[in-house]
Design a protein around this ligand. Structure first.
Ligand SMILES: Cc1cc2nc3c(=O)[nH]c(=O)nc-3n(C[C@H](O)[C@H](O)[C@H](O)COP(=O)(O)OP(=O)(O)OC[C@H]3O[C@@H](n4cnc5c(N)ncnc54)[C@H](O)[C@@H]3O)c2cc1C
Ligand code: FES
Ligand code: FES
Length: 504
């Protein structure tokens, strides 16, 4: 078999300048590279954990020969190697040579910064807001501004002047970053490059294949190689000094893993599809899942993180897992030996112990369509995340219920919970007990009491064992009240207040 030469460096365009990054420099966090190697010190680092947004920059890449829209990402946790053939814009590149951008002008006019440490990140997130609104020809509303700025913290100015700046952006004055940086010439330059990359650092090796076949061959030859998807879990672990990425396999150039498909029988989400893309994709089919993803992390994290990364990281409080388990999703794996499908409900064997072999790569996730209910039958969904804050917080307990109703009776119940043991679980014993029961408060109260006795939570920084048991019982009541409101909207106010009284 003939071996084609692999490129031994990353090629990335930053603020209009194309650079080659070689050796160990490709392994460092992007923010560190920008500041220490390129002296672009406008990008700040505060938390180095993806939490504060000070390090936000904008990224675009080629997808099916087209430039993607610029998206805000956290450069402190994203290694440089994720940006081969990508275009990055830092705060230095948001302004033109002649003048500040419209976003920067408005931040100046409305006194949006005091110490200025958060300001470059705010400017980059707001630039994505301006870019998207200008492209879609929609207004910049306060709601949108709040959503785009969820991942940017300011410790001294206060948010009112910043939101004022955002809502006063005059879109006709916004000069599109895409028109400035995402040129046809650059596309041709990038497309002329050899695809596969292999970089040897000092005691490290990095592979970026462009086909699934070569990714599988690498994984078969070096089963210990660490797959990196969006690096929003791994980047934090590395920054905390708990892991060195010495053998890395990056899959973001493998087109087969970027598939998003919907058919009458299932939705399929490829392993490299980001959470932001999933949020848009499932909007109409799974509104409850969309609602859950809305309060998952920040836009910067979701623009970089993958759904499969959340599943394969296997945290007992991974927010998407209970919902996907209750929807009976299945992970599709591939290796050089073949393919197989593993139901999510059987994937977790203990704390970070998975039904997965070292030579396997997750290709994607299939979410089966719910079977068509018969006469008088319908499906109900409820997914909850219990955390101290609504936005950008780690869950203490997660809960998912997918229920098939037959008139006023439960025909089928699928229940999954996280944060209550070493891994997310389906409550199968309880599911069977609920079958045929009347949909009423008493049923859910009893189910909650039984669930609290079946789980094995621990006490940690986020919640005590007692709290987790109590909240589990209460989540069943909350589930009943919220579903009752959905089935009978006229009873809204009284039921809703009850629901909020029992759970955060
Ligand atoms: C500030 C911040 C906020 C966060 N908020 C939330 C939140 O609200 N809820 C939540 O659940 N999580 C949250 N997370 C965690 C994280 O963002 C998610 O778990 C995310 O989905 C991980 O995806 P990733 O692509 O970045 O994974 P990575 O970090 O790249 O990888 C995670 C794991 O999956 C493995 N992996 C990835 N792809 C494959 C594949 N194709 N085949 C085999 N193995 C693979 C990797 O080897 C690694 O072990 C947050 C993280 C940060 C930093
Ligand atoms: S420095 Fe805080 S998110 Fe990157
Ligand atoms: S201006 Fe100081 S942190 Fe925002």
């Amino acid at each position: 078999m003939s071996q084609t030469a692999k490129r031994n460096h990353i090629v990335v365009n930053i603020n209009g300048e194309t650079l080659c990054v070689r050796g160990d420099e490709a392994f460092q966090p992007l923010a560190q590279f920008l500041r220490n190697v390129l002296n672009k010190v406008g990008t700040k680092v505060v938390c180095a954990e993806g939490d504060c947004g000070a390090c936000t920059v904008l990224a675009s890449s080629l997808e099916n020969s087209k430039w993607s829209s610029f998206r805000a990402i956290n450069s402190c946790i994203a290694p440089v190697f994720l940006f081969d053939q990508a275009v990055l814009v830092t705060v230095e590149g948001v302004r033109t040579q002649e003048a500040l951008s419209e976003v920067q002008e408005k931040m100046r006019e409305f006194h949006g910064g005091q110490c200025g440490f958060c300001t470059p990140g705010m400017i980059c997130s707001m630039s994505q807001l301006a870019e998207d609104c200008a492209k879609d020809q929609t207004e910049v509303t306060e709601k949108k501004a709040r959503n785009y700025l969820t991942g940017n913290l300011c410790r001294c100015t206060g948010y009112e002047p910043i939101l004022n700046a955002a809502t006063h952006i005059e879109l006709p004055k916004w000069v599109s970053l895409a028109s400035r940086y995402l040129t046809e010439t650059l596309k041709t330059e990038f497309q002329a490059l050899d695809g596969d990359v292999e970089i040897q650092g000092e005691n490290r090796i990095l592979s970026i294949p462009t086909t699934l076949a070569s990714a599988l061959a690498i994984k078969a030859a070096r089963p210990q190689v660490r797959i990196v998807a969006g690096a929003t879990d791994l980047g934090v672990v590395v920054n905390k000094g708990k892991m060195i990425l010495s053998e890395v396999l990056v899959l973001n150039k493998v087109a087969e893993l970027r598939k998003l498909e919907s058919s009458a029988t299932q939705d399929f989400i490829g392993a490299q599809v980001t959470l932001s893309e999933v949020e848009t994709f499932i909007r109409d089919v799974h509104p409850e899942l969309k609602r859950l993803l809305h309060i998952f992390a920040s836009p910067q994290i979701k623009n970089q993180a993958t759904l499969l990364g959340n599943i394969l990281n296997g945290s007992p409080i991974g927010d998407s897992i209970p919902a996907l388990m209750a929807l009976e999703a299945e992970i599709q794996f591939a290796s050089t030996k073949g393919t197989r499908s593993v139901p999510l409900k059987r994937f977790y064997k203990g704390y970070k112990v998975f039904d997965k072999t070292d030579d396997e790569i997750a290709v994607g996730l299939a979410i089966p369509a719910l079977t068509k209910p018969g006469n008088q039958q319908f499906w109900l969904h409820k997914f909850f995340k219990v955390s101290m804050r609504k936005d950008l917080d780690i869950s203490a307990v997660t809960f998912a219920a997918v229920i098939k109703m037959d008139n006023n009776h439960i025909a089928e119940a699928r229940l999954a919970m996280g944060g209550i043991g070493p891994c997310v679980i389906r409550l199968t014993e309880l599911e069977q007990k609920l079958q045929g029961k009347t949909f009423e408060l008493q049923t859910f109260e009893e189910a909650g009491v039984l669930a609290a006795s079946l789980i094995t939570p621990i006490s940690d920084l986020r919640a005590s064992q007692e709290y987790r048991r109590l909240v589990t019982a209460n989540l069943f009541k909350k589930c009943f009240h919220e579903l009752s409101v959905e089935m009978n909207p006229s009873g809204k106010s009284s039921d809703k207040s009850k629901a909020e009284a029992v759970c955060p």
